[in-house]
Design a protein around this ligand. Sequence first.
Ligand code: GLU
Length: 445
Amino acid sequence: MAVVTRFAPSPTGRLHVGNIRTALHNWMLARKHGGRFMLRIDDTDAQRSEDRFVDAIREDLGWLGLAPDGEERQSRRLALYEAAFERLREAGRIYPAYETQQELELRRKVLMGRGLPPIYDRAALTLTDADRAAKEAGGIAPHWRFRLDHDEPIAWDDGVRGAQKFDAAQLSDPVVRRADNSWLYMLPSAVDDIAMGVTHVLRGEDHVSNTAVQIQMFTALGAAPPRFAHEALLVGSEGKLSKRLGSLGCDALREAGLEPEALVALLARLGTSLPVEPVADRAVLLESFDLATFGRAPARFDEAELERVNAAIVHAMDYGDVAGRLPAGMNAAAWHAIRPNLSRVNEVGEWWRLVTGPVDLPQFDAETREYLGLAARELAWSETPWADLTAALKARTGRKSKALFLPLRQALTGRDHGPDMGELLPLIGEERARRRLERAATANG
Ligand code: GLU
């Protein structure tokens, strides 16, 4: 049986790291088994869903390299839900209820006050036809609940959490449809998972109790439930996922100059027993992907770790990977020289200006100015101008290490550190280099 997974976001905002992680793991699960990864847009909530977020989700998945193999949109599938609803209603698995929010809230409080679990008491099941007719004549439209089968044990072997068991009698019959006929998440999702042939549902552990209920929906609809796996939630390094990068949308991460491969490398293994490594090759990540490595403890998203992974990935990127994002004139040699100094590719312009100038000179004392004047005269052009220059100056002045190198670097780049001078000087070029050295030698400190 071919594996089919799905990522089912609600288009109510941009994807953030938590969603990206879920999408990635579903993509990996499908890819690993040569299966299909589907995008399902959960937009039954017409009020909160927006087309611009649907576009954004597609764009974000594209940028992340997680393009789906197919897409469905719940708002276009309402007829399917209607049909399933009718079937379940005829089978006595869906029933109308008339309580108001306040009534339900009050009952919940009473139960909790007595130390009992706040389970819906199924009062609506005891209504007679006449009771219902009276409610409706009084202008109260029903909402609809799915009747759980209290005799049917609920159990599944969770891909992350292992054996799971629920007692249906300890769960409330879930509301599947509101009084205005709009759908809640639970039933359409089960209907779609069946219709789309989803074999593996991998989602956050906040859905565990939904799974218990949905397993009975699958059965009631005559389908075998898919395999379920619930991953531990992603939290920030100090608890909540709300700080800086952790709360940012995918667009903001992209604008901040982070590489999709850094997010992928980090999120692929965060919360697993595998080490987080700056692996840009997805085949390597796929090779080691295994739900059995997923831990039960919350996965900690640490933005410093993301920055580290990003920097390491940038340091290994080839010119061909970034050429289109570099300032005009920057060639492979320039990329190679500057690359080790970058945490993010978008810092490249700053370093490239050391080549193109102008550079800001520090204040040099008279002795250093004299040394730099000598350097301007000694500068000779070859394949290895830096090695030649420093060898000549060492011989002429007896200077070594910092005293030899630092004034030259400062005069040539305006900085105390930066790219390897052996690589940088050929990029600066003879004429510019000599002018910079001469200017530094004559500038009055
Ligand atoms: N739209 C639901 C959510 O974002 C989908 C959950 C699921 O994967 O079934 O929570």
